[in-house]
Design a protein around this ligand. Structure first.
Ligand SMILES: Nc1ncnc2c1ncn2[C@@H]1O[C@H](COP(=O)(O)OP(=O)(O)OP(=O)(O)O)[C@@H](O)[C@H]1O
Length: 258
């Protein structure tokens, strides 16, 4: 039974259709990388799947219609790591990660030992223990990105939606964060749908790559099938070479005129 099912999904933003007729089926424990040029509709699609913006067509996540079910029910199933996080003034790193527990809290918002455990474990897994008492507003871009991922992981969702999860991370943290998510996928059958600009990382971590162009899915297949130089040139207007490596294809940008 697929955990994410989109059939004919359309999304409008500012009166303009920016996602058109998207079909997307994701099985539990899969990692699907969503790629596409700026403005292709990746964020809009993820936000619709998370139930944060309205969509037409049929959408099911963990059996729920994210546009119709209560926020709390949806948030127990699906967590979104946003591209541009909002950080409440005065919130510490630990408090921000603990916000991920909100949909699980009992009535009257009381934290249990297992909520506190989940937060401490997440801080540890993301190497955030030393930053835990710092105000989140003062963090570097990459530190904040890890904290925001921590908030989504502390939510213990079935489906994790990542919107450019590594854009602010150095190469070491890119790998450690994506490896961590991948371990959680394998251990806990976490399902991952990640919008990614880095096509090499998309191809190495995604079992499937979905290419969006002008709001439509123009390819949905294995990384090797989707990440082909002619296709990337057509859709992105990019000159690239694609190297086949054990971990997946590596997409190498080529400089033009000298
Ligand atoms: N709130 C909004 N009001 C009006 N237009 C919007 C709004 N949000 C997004 N759009 C437009 O919708 C289109 C798709 O945007 P979206 O952010 O989904 O693309 P994206 O593929 O995630 O892009 P990027 O790679 O640049 O992050 C863009 O043309 C964008 O300008």
């Amino acid at each position: 039974m697929p955990v994410v099912q989109c059939r004919g999904v359309c999304v409008e933003r500012g009166g303009v259709e920016v996602v058109t007729d998207v079909d997307l089926v994701v099985e539990p424990g899969d990692w699907v990388a969503v790629v596409g040029p700026n403005g292709a509709g990746k964020t809009s699609l993820l936000h619709a799947v998370a139930g944060l913006i309205p969509a037409r067509g049929s959408l099911r996540v963990g059996g729920l219609d994210p546009g119709a079910a209560s926020r709390r029910r949806v948030a127990r199933v699906v967590a979104l790591m946003p591209q541009r996080p909002e950080v409440p003034e005065g919130t510490t790193v630990r408090e921000l990660v603990a916000l991920g527990r909100t949909p699980h809290l009992r009535r009257f918002g009381t934290e249990t030992a297992s909520d506190r455990d989940a937060v401490e474990r997440t801080l540890d897994r993301l190497e955030l223990v030393e930053l835990a008492d710092r105000p989140a507003v003062g963090l570097s871009g990459g530190e904040l990105q890890r904290v925001v991922l921590g908030r989504a992981l502390a939510q213990q969702p079935q489906v994790l939606l990542l919107d450019e999860p590594t854009s602010a991370l150095d190469i070491g943290h890119q790998q450690s964060v994506l490896d961590l998510v991948n371990r959680m996928r394998l251990q806990d059958e976490l399902t991952v749908v990640a919008a990614m600009h880095d096509l090499t990382l998309a191809g190495q971590y995604g079992q499937r790559v979905v290419l969006l162009h002008q709001g439509r899915v123009v390819a949905d297949a294995s990384p090797t099938e989707v990440l082909q130089p002619h296709r990337l040139s057509e859709v992105y207007g990019a000159r690239v070479e694609v190297l086949q490596r054990d971990g997946g294809p590596a997409v190498l940008p080529l400089r033009g005129e000298r």
